[in-house]
Design a binder for this molecule. Structure first.
Ligand code: 9MR
Length: 864
């Protein structure tokens, strides 16, 4: 079956109406984006033109001295023309030097048979042209062309309100959704929930059968009718085969004679996704050659935006006119998305979530750091002694710091909101061939707080690996915080969207909260504590983990709450319990949504309002659920994460896996200027592990031309198309791949996805009391397992600026915030049922509460 089936609606609707009679209704519109409200596409120009939308019209500089009218063309292809039908073509045009337009409706390729060929004079004033014709031949994909070459003088030609009415109703796009039986096309973890959805009009339960690869029956049961699903308007049943735990590949589910896509049941399903999702960031680095040895020939490319022509940046970038009179080296960082812009508020959340993917391995009992470690990921900094995921994050952190306004300049310490091309470039454009001027846009409070938050997190995570960099991060963070406090309401302009996205945000209370939480967690300082506790968002679950989707680039309070709940900090036990309760309340909400949704997705915005990048809203809810699972060990949270993965990987109304390379029916034509295979077969598809933005109810209103053509009337969770032109449903971005990386890492750590919390074979009691200007801590670790541990080693995190001063009864090392205690000669062996006691004093004037998470020889202990 083709990826998308086109049905001609002529059979269903009224036949095209002729225009011969004066009172006849004009027929249906055949032109897409004739008023240019959605920008240039799908209009095209010959290579000697650079058409752009100016004041709502399409304008182009027509060169002088071409020989023929057809040497300069503005046109639109794929316009269906039906023989015998009557049409009216009309448009408004002006030309600074009067010219004659050769107006054509014709075949796009040889022999260029025309159904309309007229010569229409256009003057300096707006001229209206209107022509009617009856088509002499069928042309299913005709080309409407305004041929404007052959003039002696150069001229500016502008065009508006192009319309071609008549003929048959244009074809209605009907997505090919394949089998009505929907499953996670990658598979299910053996110990996790296994559910699916089937689209059917049947009222009564239906029998389902899971078949193994050899065709044998592996499990059977009956479906549960669910009625009409409001997200898809499909009538659906669900089915559950969680009891099947036998590992294998090539399973299918059969319901009512219909067979699902194949899937596996295995514990290592997400092994590859963790590193692929993270490789996305290296692939999209700016300012460095992408090395074939790391990504393969197909994906290798020269460094983009290092000041080598035709690039104009990013090593010496001016501000937009009137914004500043200095220039900055803002090279490096990651490209935002399909475009080459670099936006602090979006880079900020992305790098934070990458750092949190790493930080989780320090705090979550069952998280593994090895797969993120040195030499494990596709980064050129392998074997430098630093975990690879931190190498990747540093590429962006360095860029974010460069975006800070230098000392001595107006608004020093604030951070430029973004930098990008002065005009939008077309698809495809390889980064190193982007000829546009790059410009810094004004600083904003939101961007400044993004730097404060991420640089504070950077300071604590890089301390063990590069103290100077850690210090630089902390200085940048504190400078940014002070600048944001001094300029608390400098908002980015929502209309500043030429050549790059606006990323405007008119509420920065959440950015203040996030930055305060990170700065407090890193420094323990009272100013930041007060800023956290006095924020009206603190512990307000409705604001922080909204039912409509909690965390996004414009809504960052949840990032702060997750850090406070998981990374040891100086909150009192009561305050810590409060913030953890906020996280679990948010997770309870998303888990309930997942249980109630027909497709199991932990996302249920009011009015089914699937937002731009809805897949990242799903993922960010999954991050809250995963964190709640890390904190509590409750299976219900992990189950909801797994059902979220099912939705993203195929159990959804479109039967679509949204992650390139994963699942039979995966998205692979996402909107991207280099991974533009759909536009240019010599270029690659997106690399494995790239997640599409997903269904977007506002896609048409946003001016997405493919959505306008194909998705009119779509049900919320079906407003998506895997077409490179659909930038509002099918783009890829750093801030969507970052939560994917977090979740892939969590899922890989989840092993078999057991619903029973893993057995703990050690127990830690941690008691802390104020002492002089610091704290005295005593630790007891008990071996609750059946085997001796010898020699033992216990690790945990200290918080803030706490440093060990005096220690006893164990050998201590501190690396950044991580403390390791090892035995002395006399307490080397921890026998079953026995405990060892040791202790230490800390130096900083802040409490040292129980971090709640300990590992004995790398395995999690329970703490009591
Ligand atoms: O992800 C952004 C989404 O939340 C906004 O609604 C939308 C319109 O402002 O912009 C999205 O971000 C795009 C950005 O503006 C430009 N680079 C690509 C981003 C993803 O489509």
């Amino acid at each position: 079956m083709p990826a998308a089936a086109l049905l001609c609606a002529a059979a269903l609707a009224m036949p095209g109406t002729a225009l011969a009679a004066d009172d006849a209704e004009p027929g249906p519109e055949q032109i897409t984006n004739g008023d240019f409200a959605a920008g240039v596409a799908p209009w095209w120009g010959t290579a000697n033109l650079s058409p752009a939308v100016t004041d709502g019209r399409l304008c182009a500089e027509v060169p002088a001295g071409t020989a023929n009218a057809w040497d300069v063309i503005i046109g639109q292809n794929d316009v269906p023309i039906v023989a015998g039908e009557s049409y009216e073509l009309s448009y408004k045009a002006s030309s600074t030097v009067p010219l004659t337009v050769q107006t054509r409706v014709q075949q796009a390729t040889e022999p260029y048979t025309t159904v309309l060929a007229t010569a229409d004079p256009v003057g300096t004033e707006v001229t209206e042209v209107s022509r009617t014709f009856t088509a002499s031949t069928d042309q299913p994909a005709a080309s409407v062309q305004l041929q404007i070459g052959g003039g002696e003088s150069a001229t500016t030609f502008c065009l508006d309100d192009v319309s071609l009415r008549g003929g048959a109703e244009p074809p209605v796009y009907v997505p090919d959704t394949g089998s009505p039986v929907r499953v996670n096309q990658v598979g299910y973890l053996p110990g996790g929930p296994k559910s699916g959805t089937v689209v059917t009009d049947a009222q009564a339960p239906l029998a389902w059968t899971v078949k193994a690869a050899d065709g044998s029956t592996a499990a059977t049961g009956t479906t549960e009718p669910k009625g009409e699903d409001p997200t898809s308007h499909q009538k659906v049943h669900t089915f559950d085969f969680s009891d099947l735990t036998t590992t294998g590949d090539g399973y299918t589910v059969e319901v009512d004679g219909e067979v699902s896509e194949p899937f596996s049941i295995r514990g290592d399903l997400y092994d590859g996704l963790r590193s692929d999702a993270l490789a996305y960031f290296y692939h999209n680095r700016s300012g460095i050659e992408i090395d074939a040895d790391l990504v393969g020939e197909e994906y290798a490319r020269p460094a983009g935006h290092i000041g080598v022509a035709p690039n104009k940046g990013d090593t010496d970038v001016p501000c937009q006119p009137g914004v500043c009179d200095y220039r900055l080296d803002v090279s490096g960082g990651w490209y935002d998305a399909g475009d080459h812009g670099k936006y602090v508020v979006n880079g900020g959340i992305s790098v934070a979530q990458l750092m949190s993917t790493y930080e989780r391995t320090l705090t979550a009992a069952d998280a593994e750091s090895a797969q993120l470690g040195d030499g494990k990921l596709r980064v050129p900094e392998r074997d430098n002694g630093v975990p690879d995921i931190l190498d990747e994050a540093r590429w962006e952190m360095d860029f974010l710091i460069k975006m800070q306004v230098p000392a001595g300049e107006p608004l020093a310490g604030m951070v430029h909101h973004k930098m990008h091309d002065a005009e939008w470039t077309g698809l495809p454009t390889k980064p190193h061939l982007d000829p546009q001027q790059r410009e810094l846009h004004p600083p904003s409070t939101a961007a400044t707080l993004n730097l404060a938050a991420t640089a504070a997190q950077c300071a604590r995570l890089y301390e063990p690996f590069d103290k100077a960099f850690s210090d630089r991060c902390l200085a940048a963070a504190e400078t940014a915080w002070a600048a944001a406090k001094a300029h608390p309401d400098v908002l980015a302009d929502p209309n500043d969207g030429t050549g790059g996205g606006a990323y405007s945000d008119n509420d920065v209370r959440d950015e203040f909260y996030w930055a305060a939480a990170e700065l407090f967690t890193t420094t323990g300082k009272d100013t930041y504590r007060q800023a956290v506790l006095s924020s009206e968002l603190h512990d307000d679950v409705d604001a922080v983990f909204s039912a409509n989707g909690g965390i996004s680039w414009g809504s960052t309070a949840g990032l702060g709450a997750l850090t406070l709940a998981t990374v040891p900090n100086g909150l009192t036990a009561g305050q810590l319990a409060g913030v953890r309760a906020t996280v679990t309340a948010g997770a309870d909400r998303y888990a309930a949504q997942s249980r109630e949704e027909a497709y199991g997705v932990p996302y249920a915005p009011a009015g089914e309002d699937y937002v731009w990048g809805s897949n990242s809203a799903v993922l960010n809810n999954m991050v809250v659920l995963a964190t709640a699972h890390d904190l509590t060990g409750k299976a219900a949270y992990q189950d909801a994460v797994l059902r979220g993965a099912d939705y993203l990987l195929g159990r959804n109304p479109l039967n679509q896996s949204y992650v390139t390379g994963y699942g039979e029916r995966n998205s692979h034509n996402q909107h991207h200027r280099f991974w533009a295979h759909q536009n240019d077969p010599s270029l690659p598809n997106p690399a494995r592990g790239s997640i599409a933005g997903g269904p977007n109810l506002t896609a048409i209103a946003s001016g997405d031309p493919v959505a306008a053509e194909k998705l009119t009337g779509c049900a919320p969770a079906m407003c998506y198309i895997d077409d490179i032109g659909s930038w509002a449903t099918n783009e890829i971005t750093v801030n969507w791949n970052a939560p994917l990386a977090f979740i892939a890492s969590y899922l890989d750590d989840a092993g078999d996805g057991g619903t029973v919390a893993p057995a703990r074979t050690c127990e830690v009691t941690y008691s802390s009391h104020p002492w002089n200007s610091g704290s005295t801590v005593t630790v007891r670790v008990r071996n609750t397992g059946s085997e001796a541990v010898s020699p033992w080693s216990l690790t945990w995190l200290l918080h803030g600026q706490q440093k060990l001063s005096h220690t006893w009864s164990a050998e201590f090392t501190q690396s950044g915030r991580t403390v390791a205690a090892a035995p002395l000669s006399w307490n080397r062996t921890l026998a079953p049922g026995k405990a060892v006691d040791f202790g230490f004093n800390t130096s900083a004037a802040e409490p040292a509460p129980d971090p709640g998470s300990f590992k004995l020889n790398g395995r999690a202990c329970s703490s009591g």
